[in-house]
Design a protein around this ligand. Sequence first.
Ligand SMILES: [Zn+2]
Length: 98
Amino acid sequence: MMERDKKRPHILLIKEMPKIHCARGPRSCKKCQEMKEEGESYCLLKIFLDGGEIARPMTEIIVDNESILSEYDVLDRFKDITEAKNYAEENDVEIVYS
Ligand SMILES: [Zn+2]
């Protein structure tokens, strides 16, 4: 993670995400396509709330009933929903079900 990212306003969320290799995405990157085919898994996400550069992967989240498109970092990837739920309870992190 970049140094400047540590100070940016953010929230933590758990959300089911496809595996992403880079910002080019599955349409233009073969490695991304391969990882996408492995399917989605629950991830601990750090969602940045101050907008950002479109060069980084973005995800849509609901904050105060408003849908926003945000930059995020994947901090962790859970093996299954049980592991995700345990983490959510222990750390008071919300799980977003799609
Ligand atoms: Zn890629």
